[in-house]
Design a protein around this ligand. Structure first.
Ligand SMILES: [Zn+2]
Length: 375
């Protein structure tokens, strides 16, 4: 352990002692550590962000002279692994300015729960602010996501849509007003978001996606793509998949289907892509594969249901996945997996999973991306 760190018990891990046991609790989980002589409680009390490991050892020696520097360090390393500690010497200098500290103060309190001696909360917020996103579609899901991404601190986004605002959109697309009816969605969404978060770079592209090549051009300078476009139903997933794989950019996709909401993620070169998924279904589930072929033959365009609660919850699921990907605080849950939630009980579960097919015509030659977060 470096002696430059100043171990500090997090505010999210309050410490209590009772009858020879120390309890460290927070976020619904309480750890208990046997502490008959009070040394555990004392070392945690000394870890208040003002002392190095050596200084904690020196202060401990007055009451517990038999404890060695190595034993103190072992205990601190264990507390760090349990998620109790952050580095009290780390500041926001060079990472976040005063505006960011104030605007995203409540995010920082959240990220503190994931901080450690070697991983500070300010850098987590910074990574979220640095990620460059392409949002394909600013309809039901996209218009919610745009507001939520801006609120979370994302600072660079390209929004793409061809549509204009219709009265029937307003049962869920709450970024728009009745006075906006007939106007292009990208134009109004850009204006609303610039008012909400003036520092944010919002590039509006009013265009209809018609091929994988269209997608590739729209996403090649991005770190992450969120595809929440639903028309044309039988082609758009293929185009998003082909364009993102060609550009080497990971994507999240999602949508609502009457009573259920779904989302999934693809990491080119790492997880299976949409074509791998389709091949997997053809091999393992011939009825679903035949049904898909029949829908394609009939030019199936899906249904027109789009209900607010499913849109809102799915938006939260996708936003959480963006935060996991950008910050690395927790592994993504939807990479190579179709996650599903249903209106009747709102349980979220894995509906399907698939792996990369070595002979996939779309992604077989995709380069393996660098590991770690993308932000
Ligand atoms: Zn593939």
């Amino acid at each position: 352990m470096s002696n430059d760190v100043h171990p500090k018990v997090k505010n999210t891990a309050p410490v209590f002692a009772l009858d020879g046991t120390v309890y460290v609790g927070g976020c619904g989980v309480v750890s208990n550590i046997e502490d008959p002589d009070g040394s555990v409680h004392y070392v945690l009390a000394l870890a208040d962000g003002t002392r190095t490991p050596t200084e904690i050892h020196t202060a401990m020696a007055a009451r517990f002279p038999h404890l060695t520097r190595e034993e103190i360090e072992e205990a601190l390393s264990a507390f760090d692994a349990y998620g109790f500690l952050e580095d009290g010497a780390r500041t926001s200098d060079g990472v976040l300015d005063d505006y960011s500290l104030r605007r995203w103060d409540r995010n920082l309190w959240f990220f503190e729960a994931y901080a450690a001696l070697a991983n500070d909360k300010y850098s987590m917020q910074r990574r979220l602010q640095d990620i460059r996103i392409a949002l394909l579609g600013v309809g039901g899901l996209g218009s919610h996501l745009l507001y939520d991404l801006a609120a979370a601190g994302v600072q660079d986004i390209r929004i793409v849509d061809f549509d204009t605002i219709d009265l029937s959109n307003l049962n869920r697309q709450i970024i728009y007003n009745e006075a906006d009816i007939g106007l292009p969605k990208t134009e109004v969404a850009q204006r609303r978001i610039k008012a909400f978060s003036p520092r944010m770079k919002v590039e509006a592209v009013q265009a209809r996606i018609g091929s994988g090549e269209d997608v590739r051009r729209l996403v090649e300078d991005r770190d992450l793509v969120i595809a929440v476009v639903d028309r044309p139903t039988m082609s758009i997933a293929n185009w998003v998949n082909a364009g993102c794989v060609a550009a080497g950019v990971r994507f999240l996709a999602g949508g609502v289907e009457t009573k259920r909401a779904i989302y999934y993620g693809v990491v080119p070169g790492e997880t299976g892509c949409v074509e791998c998924w389709r091949r997997h279904v053809a091999e393992t589930d011939p009825v679903s594969a035949a049904l898909l072929d029949e829908k394609r033959r009939l030019g199936f365009e899906g249904d027109n249901a789009a209900f607010g609660p499913l849109v809102t919850v799915l938006t939260g699921c996708i936003l959480a996945e963006v935060v996991r990907i950008a910050t690395g605080i927790s592994p993504p849950v939807a990479s190579g997996r179709l996650m599903e939630l249903t209106f009747d009980d709102f349980s979220i579960c894995e509906a399907e999973t698939w792996s990369r097919q070595p002979d996939c015509p779309v992604c077989a030659s995709a380069a393996t991306p660098p590991s770690g977060s993308v932000g």
